[in-house]
Design a binder for this molecule. Structure first.
Ligand code: GDD
Ligand code: MN
Length: 407
């Protein structure tokens, strides 16, 4: 086991969200504690978990706090605890943010056979871990702490929170029944899974629901659920906002697209069809932007500027529009790992050059088809746009939004 100097923070992985197989097993359990603004809770949760796991699996576990640079200094407090709790590791993320990606980054550096997650605010009763470990020991691939099993429940959630949670679950059952239908509490953020079930799949979550990603993209066989009561927070407050609900719907749709028939076909042909469809929709929005700006600049009833100059300005504004949407939607999972403005500027310059080359290809194909194959300018233009779109998509996928596998 490689010795890590005391109080040294873990380095943050920057490549794609993939869990690798272990070269050798150091621990039975790696338990990730995602934190944001948990300064009043962090020492308590580490102390309680240490007491519990020293009793049951001494020397066989590690705790990994993954903090997103909490302004309240949660990561500093956790770091100061490392000398007292040798099995504690701490990761401070400063670029990437979000509960689900925090859990996966923790699992990426984990050295345990079983990967687990527990909230850092003591709302997930720690003793349930022993029941989940027992379930995995008895052959389950995934053990989930569920509020909707015998012995489960929520402390004193108001009607709205209960309604939203159950409503979200119902929506998920409609969009992704084969995932959410496998457990009674798909919203649970408290579970553990065998590493072997999630290795070499690129997990791609948004928001809070990491369990959906594990069931949807992992290779999970037997699932066991154990009832638990979701406790009231004693310190701090929940970070759940309306954004988590929007992320949740986005996550469901994305999982639907990538794990349904379309997703399996695109894996079969090795072409990301879902992403290409998004790229095409963004391109369509660019056509409207291009046409609109061309009208405003060159139409005799507006500014009546020269056509070529208007077209160049319109084309460039459309390219900028397309870059913004592609960076925020089509390739969001890649862009969120390269957030610095220099990285974003570099992507924009590459995207621009590739699209300008695409414009040249567009004009060449248009003339080729119109003059030698089909003398109908509009059909020829559609064929030319199709060629240019495939060129733009494929070259941007390979050059602009590429995850450099940093070893
Ligand atoms: N690193 C990191 N980054 N941690 C975060 C972030 C983030 O952006 N947002 C929240 N956390 C941490 C919090 O510090 C806490 O430890 C845990 O994730 C849960 O966050 P809460 O804001 O307390 O969520 P909740 O209590 O409303 O809901 C939780 O429990 C539900 C039932 O299990 C979440 O885990 C939900 O996903 C879960 O459904
Ligand atoms: Mn909470």
């Amino acid at each position: 086991m490689s010795h890590i100097p005391a109080n040294k923070l873990l380095s943050v992985p920057t490549d794609s969200l993939q869990i690798l197989p272990l070269p050798h097993r150091d621990y039975l359990l790696s338990l990730v504690i995602p934190t944001y603004q948990e300064r009043e809770n962090i020492e308590n949760i580490v102390k309680i978990l240490t007491y519990l796991l020293d009793e049951s699996i001494p020397g066989e576990y590690e705790l990994i706090v993954v903090d997103d640079d909490s302004p309240d200094g949660t990561w500093e407090i956790a770091q100061s605890l490392m000398s007292e709790y040798p099995q504690l590791q701490v990761m401070r993320r400063q670029g990437e943010r979000g509960l689900s990606s925090a859990v996966i980054r923790g699992w990426q550096v984990a050295r345990g056979e079983i990967l687990g997650v527990i909230d850092g605010d003591l709302q997930h009763p720690p003793h349930t871990i022993l029941q989940m470990l027992d379930a995995i020991g008895k052959g389950a691939d995934l053990a989930v702490a569920s509020r909707h099993m015998d012995g489960g429940g929520v402390s004193s959630w108001n009607f709205v929170r209960r309604f939203l949670s159950r409503g979200a679950q119902l929506l998920g059952l409609i969009i992704l029944p084969e995932v959410l239908g496998r457990v009674s509490d798909p919203m649970s953020g408290y579970f553990m899974v065998r590493r072997s079930c999630v290795v070499s799949t690129t997990l791609n979550p948004v928001g809070y629901k990491i369990l959906l990603e594990v069931i949807g993209r992992g290779n999970v066989g037997k699932i066991t659920e154990v009832g638990y009561v979701f406790c009231e927070r004693k310190q701090g407050e929940s970070k759940v906002t309306w954004k988590q609900y929007v992320d949740y719907i986005h996550h469901l749709v994305r999982l639907r697209l990538s794990t349904g028939r379309l997703g399996r076909f695109s894996q079969l042909v090795g072409f990301p069809i879902g992403r290409f469809l998004r790229f095409g929709l963004v391109g369509l929005s660019g056509v409207f932007v291009d046409m609109g700006v061309l009208y405003l600049l060159s139409d005799p009833t507006t500014l009546a500027l020269p056509l070529t100059r208007s077209k160049i300005i319109a084309g460039e504004i459309a390219i900028f529009n397309n870059f913004l949407w592609n960076d925020a939607w089509t390739f969001a999972d890649v862009a969120m790992q390269q957030r610095e403005w220099r990285q974003r500027l570099k992507r924009f310059v590459k995207f621009n050059l590739i699209c300008l080359a695409g414009l040249v290809l567009n004009v060449l194909v248009l003339n080729l088809v119109f003059n030698f194959i089909l003398p109908n300018r509009y059909i020829a233009n559609l064929i030319a746009i199709a060629f240019a779109t495939i060129w733009n998509f494929w070259v941007n996928l390979k050059l602009s939004w590429r995850v450099t596998q940093v070893k």
